[in-house]
Design a protein around this ligand. Structure first.
Ligand code: ADP
Length: 628
């Protein structure tokens, strides 16, 4: 049991005991007083009745002494008897006793010996006794001493006893007897001798206490009331204790929150400055001090300490509009913070701190120096781009190798031509040299032709080496016509073999773009090979490769007479791994698209009547564009 509950219980018990005892004893006392008062009144009434008998005796005696005749005395006695019913007979003993007037009982005629108290007792009827004086004897029936009207109290018993042997003369029992539980309670008693000298009967009374006379219900109610009060008191104290504990915990939580907020405030990498309602600096974290330096002192007007200037935005920075905002406001993009040691690009916001009634209690300014962040993002972007470029180059290289591998037959043929020519020119030169009348001019022509063919073979090999080598991207002016020519050379044999007419229409003027020649050639090679794949085995197969200037750009078209782009591919032309060819990788177009974009150009593919056309646009190199 909790100490508080024990204390409440003890207090309740103590009060109940104290009040209960007091109330109990007061109630018992009241009952006793009531009973004793009733008994006293009855005692007095009985004493008076005793006096009445004595008065009758005295008056009859006086009348007898005065010589009143027995007849008259009998009349008087009858009158007295009518008035006092307890007097059952009046006798005159000389010495035999004779009744004066009629008597209410059979009275002895012989003198009766006096008892110890001077009373004479009827020999047979124990309730009858006689008072005598001289020769007059008055018989009293004690049963008439108790009368119904004397007993208003129904719950008490009374009796009269003889003074000599204590026998009961008359008694009145309790008319409303005590019930079971009442027997547990004590019985109140009184005992007193009647106030008459000649009739000193013992008057006794008994009153068994009853629960109804005692404050049981009251005490029960009091107990309940006190229990209620004690329970209320306990609840009050416990409630208070709980509230105190909750307040303590809330305070502790608040302190914890405050400490956490404080450390967060200090740890945050953004500059945080808190001002009062008049913009005076009240609090600033280390980042704020680091950013603003000595300009930031407590109590200084923040509007003076912090100078903003718009650098990127068209709108000039309006300080009065910014500082006067009643809602959280972001700094416009591109704002520079001007401090003692230079200007820094910052981001940030100003937010009002509101009171409960929404009035502004101050402001919080958050500033972030985005310079380092920008540098980091820039570096990450550049690194990402470098990697993408590297991957694209690797992919381009691998694809090139794969393309060249597929074209090896054509390339071998391409090389074979100059080599065959070299051999035949060389043999011709040797034959001419063996001729004694040799024509030196013809020998020279043969040797020159040999050299030309060798150079051609060397140039083809050099070109193939360029394609096979994995050089980093080199952006330089490239003549698109030359690239068309290269592609035609590389694809010529394959087209011829497959019965495809490969038409190349370069621009009559040099068409110089800025880009990587290897990449450009790879793209066109890829488009022409796709076109060749599409037209192969179709009657009148033709692939047309043309270039021309259009505005400030070069436009290259690869047009074929094939079935056109399949529906499944058309919307995802440049998505990697989309292919309809059994052994295809689906990388050619996506790689070409990436390479073209890398050169600042664009690639599109569409169906036209009678085939597909891929259009490649590239910006002209600056000088060319200027001439355009
Ligand atoms: P691959 O050639 O390995 O399939 P590409 O990316 O070069 O990969 O081509 C993707 C697909 O685009 C081809 O499989 C083909 O279905 C379609 N395609 C490309 N060029 C043409 C064209 N000229 N005519 C018809 N379909 C074409």
């Amino acid at each position: 049991m909790k100490p508080l509950h024990r204390a409440a219980l003890l207090a309740w018990l103590g009060i109940m005991l104290g009040v209960g005892l007091l109330w109990w004893s007061a109630s018992v006392r009241d009952a006793r007083v009531r009973f004793e008062t009733g008994a006293r009144i009855l005692h007095r009434v009985l004493s008076q009745r005793g006096e009445q008998q004595e008065a009758v005796l005295a008056s009859v005696t006086a009348l007898a002494r005065a010589g009143v005749q027995d007849g008259a005395l009998g009349g008087y006695a009858s009158a007295m008897r009518a008035q006092y019913p307890q007097i059952v007979g009046v006798q005159r003993c000389r010495p035999q006793c004779e009744s004066l007037g009629p008597s209410g009982a059979a009275l002895p005629t012989a003198p009766v010996p006096k008892g110890g108290s001077g009373l004479q007792w009827h020999p047979n009827l124990p309730a009858l006794y006689a008072l005598s004086r001289g020769d007059v004897r008055v018989w009293v029936d004690a049963r008439y001493l108790f009368r119904e009207e004397d007993f208003s109290d129904l719950t008490s018993a009374f009796r009269l006893r003889r003074p000599d042997d204590g026998r009961t003369l008359v008694q009145r029992a309790v008319r409303d007897p005590a019930r079971g539980a009442d027997r547990l309670l004590p019985v109140l008693r009184v005992g007193k001798v009647l106030g008459s000298a000649e009739q000193p009967f013992v008057f006794e009374g008994e009153h068994p206490l009853r629960w109804t006379e005692l404050p049981v219900a009251g005490l029960g109610l009091l107990a309940l009331l006190l229990a209620g009060i004690a329970a209320g008191w306990v609840r009050l104290i416990e409630g208070r204790e709980r509230a105190r504990r909750a307040a303590r915990e809330a305070r502790r939580a608040l302190e914890g929150e405050r400490a956490r907020a404080g450390s967060a405030f200090h740890a945050v990498s953004e500059a945080l400055i808190v001002t009062d309602a008049r913009h005076r600096v009240r609090l600033a974290n280390p980042a704020a001090h680091a950013l603003l330096g000595e300009a930031l002192t407590e109590g200084r007007d923040l509007r003076e300490a912090v100078g903003f200037r718009a650098t990127l935005d068209q709108q000039p920075f309006d300080p009065s509009a910014f500082w006067g905002q009643s809602r959280p406001t972001e700094l416009p993009p591109g704002v520079t913070l001007v401090t003692g040691d230079g200007a820094r690009l910052v981001e940030g916001a100003l937010a009002p701190v509101l009171e409960e009634d929404e009035a502004e209690a101050g402001w919080v300014l958050v500033l972030r120096d985005v310079g380092p962040l920008r540098a980091r993002v820039q570096a990450a972007l550049e690194e990402g781009e470098r990697r993408v470029r590297e991957h694209a180059e690797t992919l381009a290289h691998v694809t090139r190798l794969s393309t060249l591998g597929e074209m090896s037959a054509g390339l071998a043929h391409e090389l074979n031509q100059p080599l065959t020519a070299i051999v035949s020119h060389g043999q011709a030169a040797l034959r001419l040299l063996d001729d004694p009348e040799r024509d030196e001019a013809r020998v020279r022509r043969s040797v020159e032709a040999t050299v030309t063919q060798a150079k051609r073979a060397a140039s083809i090999i050099a070109h193939l080496r360029t394609l096979v080598k994995r050089d980093p991207t080199q952006t330089r002016p490239v003549d698109v016509n030359q690239v068309l020519d290269n592609v035609a050379t590389l694809m010529g044999h394959e087209a011829e073999r497959d019965g495809i007419r490969l038409t190349v229409c370069p621009d009559p003027r040099p068409l110089i773009v800025q880009g990587d020649p290897v990449h450009l050639e790879q793209v066109l090679l890829n488009l022409v090979r796709n076109a060749a794949d599409a037209v192969r085995a179709t009657p009148g197969a033709e692939v047309r490769l043309s270039a021309r200037q259009q505005g400030a750009g070069a436009l290259v078209e690869v047009r074929d007479t094939g079935p056109g782009l399949p529906d499944t591919v058309r919307d995802r032309l440049f998505t990697p791994f989309v292919t309809t060819k059994p052994g295809g990788l689906g990388l050619g177009l996506s790689l070409s698209h990436t390479l073209v974009q890398g050169m600042g150009g664009d690639l599109r593919g569409e169906n036209v009547s009678g085939g597909a056309v891929f259009t490649l646009t590239l910006p002209l190199a600056r000088r060319e564009a200027a001439h355009a």
